[in-house]
Design a protein around this ligand. Structure first.
Ligand code: MGD
Ligand code: MGD
Ligand code: MO
Length: 678
């Protein structure tokens, strides 16, 4: 699109791991990006960005941006480097990787990618990265457990997929339950659909142990003990069934196992659920009655409530609610978690599993410490990190650091900024940012695909992941032709068979995926129906029926005696995971790490507002400023992810989090964590 003589407007999309995947436009004058705005034409994000990404252009020119390849000269973790050329960097990497493969086999390489970019060409989709490592026979990497996999797995037992209702339909709901989700912070574009429903008289309930800014804007806030949501769901259904408000027609036509599940519900009267959840019985009864009366009811759940030992089961049970009320069958009813599963992308064509000579093990993003310190089948000898900052974002930070500090480990980190993780690299490669490379994105909070067209040339010597791997493949004499594919070719491959035209997508910037309303064409389960009883879950060891699986640490009385406070560390309003943690403007807005304590917990410890405190358990500790507030329940304390420990001169919140799996999908347990504060 031409604007003035020397001014063009280039369409793109935000690459960050937020459900909204905003459409944006970049105004370029004489080769320089001069403005970045929300794309007004994008049907879901409608021209608005967020308090973080509004300043994305400034972030691309930040003084600490990595612009050249570097080689470590100091100790691992120290962050001292010398500048080298791309030739030197690629030669050294090629030589070291070849050596590792010859000596220990391909599986001793761990290609480690995170959520820095959600792009299917450059990043999380695996994309070009996957095909390169498939050719080399490296270990496989699973990044999903750190974020959403527990809940996704639980949902899949009940409804066959983690993709639920179209979030836009929330505007038609009359009861909206924002369940373990902080919409106004972690994906605010949904809010206008919530407000549209409110204008039509909808009642909005936030279910969150913390009175977040979202809970504050809701009509009602219910604060259960963390990790007890499945019990609450069963208690609400108890009220519905007592009132005879279950949808008998829907149950008969579209579900299996209702009789058995109804028995499970009978075991959970509100009085019992009140004792488990720490909620007044009357609150449970009142919400249950409202649920019984209000059609359609929409549940918005995201990742917060599944970062617990019972997180998979929690989502499995929540997905049953619209089955009992029949709301899955009504426009504006159902549950939405992550829409990602609905996108008809041909990821296989880009990842190219067929290039593997033999099967390989899968290493979990969440288990970096174990992978580096304990695995011997074979040990990991080379780690290649892109779009991840595990030294800050992964559980058990102290052990992660010990693993990264191993002298016999060869580590490459491809990054935009000198993160905590970069400090442990042998070789650092400077990465392009979103305005400088091409990519394809699928939202996970709506039904729109985006194409991100590069707007400007990269600064310094920055390269995209794709180009880096093409050049590395040349050095390593990999003759597999597809490795030379261009970014555009991979974009086209991803759309192959999707019914979406690449050139149209590119011209408009976004495209809605065409599909029937979920689940008007049946549930993608083995029975084709919603499965209250799931043979698959039973076979996987999770029981035939949904139910309530207690948290591990929250529910451990022995541990509670030593560490009486449950710590929740959710999304920060001002950072996106650890992205922007180095941005002075965002640091100022965030105001340093804080820990929210209830007045009774503060008083019991003699802690006053604004005081620096230590938050610790057997795994580690970090420091934060005490904020005394009734936004948290007694016994619950809250902080956020996102701060860079290295800039604060200590450890971060993840020093206290255990490297332990949730019940399903190998998820991380960030909010199932007991600490003491002093
Ligand atoms: N501004 C901003 N936006 C983000 C991110 C960010 O870092 N900053 N991160 C992005 C990413 S990677 C993701 S995965 C999403 C995550 O988005 P969310 O799912 O919103 O993630 P959290 O902030 O972890 O948790 C949401 C809420 O769940 C609550 N919670 C914790 N435990 C429980 C529980 O047991 N039961 C209930 N009912 N509630 C509980 C927390 O108090 C929190 O307010 O957001 C994305 N958006
Ligand atoms: N305590 C606690 N910890 C958590 C969570 C929590 O709720 N509580 N949430 C977890 C969740 S949901 C997630 S998703 C993870 C996220 O954990 P990570 O996936 O490690 O994400 P980030 O920490 O944001 O690090 C991403 C890095 O990628 C870089 N990057 C961005 N774009 C690109 C690119 O195009 N190329 C390259 N090479 N690099 C790029 C950024 O500069 C940034 O340093 O954190 C988890 N950690
Ligand atoms: Mo995430």
């Amino acid at each position: 699109m031409v604007k003035g003589p020397a001014e063009t407007v280039v369409r793109g999309a935000c690459p960050l791991d937020c459900p909204d995947t905003c459409g944006w436009t970049v105004t370029v004058r004489d080769g320089t990006a001069v403005a970045l705005r929300g794309d007004r034409d994008h049907p879901f994000t409608r021209g608005a960005l967020c308090v973080k990404v509004n300043n994305y252009l400034e972030h691309t020119t930040a003084p600490d941006r990595l612009l050249h390849p570097l080689r470590r000269v100091g100790r691992k973790g120290e962050g001292r480097f010398e500048r080298i050329t791309w030739d030197e960097a690629l030669n050294e990497i090629a030589e070291r990787l070849t050596g590792v493969i010859d000596e220990h086999g391909g599986e001793s390489i761990w290609p480690y990618y995170g959520t820095g970019t959600m792009g299917y060409v450059q990043g999380l989709g695996g994309g070009a990265f996957a095909r390169f490592w498939n050719v080399l026979g490296a270990s496989r990497h699973d990044p999903y457990g750190i974020c959403s996999k527990a809940g996704g797995t639980g949902l899949t037992y009940t409804v066959g997929t983690s993709g639920g209702m179209d979030p836009e339909e929330i505007q038609h709901a009359r009861l909206i339950m924002l369940w373990g989700t902080n919409t106004l912070t972690s994906g605010h574009h949904l809010w206008k659909f919530v407000q549209a429903a409110q204008r039509e008289g909808a009642h909005v309930v936030a279910i969150d142990p913390i009175r977040t800014r979202t809970a504050e804007q809701a009509d009602e806030h219910i604060a259960p003990i963390p990790g007890t949501d499945a019990a609450l769901a069963l208690g609400l259904l108890h009220v519905v069934v007592e009132m005879g408000a279950q949808d008998r027609e829907y149950l008969a036509a579209h579900t299996v196992g209702w009789d058995a599940f109804r028995e499970e519900i009978r075991q959970c009267p509100p009085a019992r659920v009140a004792a488990i959840t720490g909620l007044p019985e009357a609150t449970i009864v009142a919400l249950g009655e409202r649920l019984a009366r209000t059609r359609p009811t929409a549940i918005r759940a995201t990742m917060g409530l599944q970062r617990h030992a019972g997180g998979g089961m929690a989502l499995r049970t929540l997905a049953c609610i619209p089955g009992v009320t029949g709301d899955w069958g009504r426009v504006g009813g159902g549950l939405t978690y992550s829409t990602g599963a609905w996108f008809p992308l041909n990821t296989a064509a880009v990842e190219r599993d067929d290039l593997r000579a033999r099967p390989a093990r899968t290493l979990l993003m969440t288990r970096l410490a174990e992978g580096l310190l304990d695995r011997s089948d074979p040990p990991v000898h080379a780690l290649f990190v892109i779009a991840a900052n595990p030294a800050a974002s992964v559980a058990d930070q102290n052990r992660v650091r010990r693993g990264l500090a191993r002298e016999d480990l060869f580590t490459v980190v491809m990054e935009q900024f000198p993160t905590e993780t970069v400090d442990y690299a042998d070789i650092v490669l400077p990465s392009t940012m979103q305005t400088e490379h091409a990519d394809l994105h699928a939202g996970w909070g709506h039904f729109y695909l985006s194409w991100n067209e590069p707007a400007v040339a990269p600064p310094g010597e920055c390269l995209p992941t794709t180009e880096t791997l093409r050049r590395l493949a040349e050095r390593m004499k990999l003759d597999e032709p597809c490795i030379a594919d261009t970014d555009e070719e991979m974009g086209r491959q991803l759309l192959d068979g999707s019914g979406i035209d690449f050139d149209e997508l590119r011209a408009r910037g976004w495209a809605r995926i065409e599909r029937p309303r979920p689940f008007s064409d049946g549930f993608p389960t083995p029975s084709g129906k919603l499965e209250f009883t799931s043979e698959r879950a039973a076979a996987d060891g999770h029981g035939l029926l949904p139910g309530f699986t207690p948290s591990a640490e929250v529910d451990d009385p022995g541990l509670a005696a030593r560490f009486p406070l449950v710590l929740i560390a959710g999304a920060s309003h001002y950072f996106l995971n650890t992205v922007f943690g180095n941005d002075p403007r965002q640091q100022r807005r965030a105001g340093g790490p804080r820990i929210r304590l209830h007045p009774t917990d503060a008083a019991a410890r003699g802690i006053s507002d604004g005081q620096p405190v230590r938050i610790f358990n057997d795994r580690g500790e970090f420091t934060a400023t005490a904020e005394i507030t009734d936004r948290v329940r007694p016994g619950v304390v809250a902080t956020t992810k996102g701060h860079w420990p290295k800039l604060l001169g200590g450890d971060g919140v993840n020093a206290t989090v255990d490297e332990r799996d949730t019940d399903m999908g190998g998820g991380a347990v960030f909010h199932d964590n007991r600490v003491q504060v002093a």
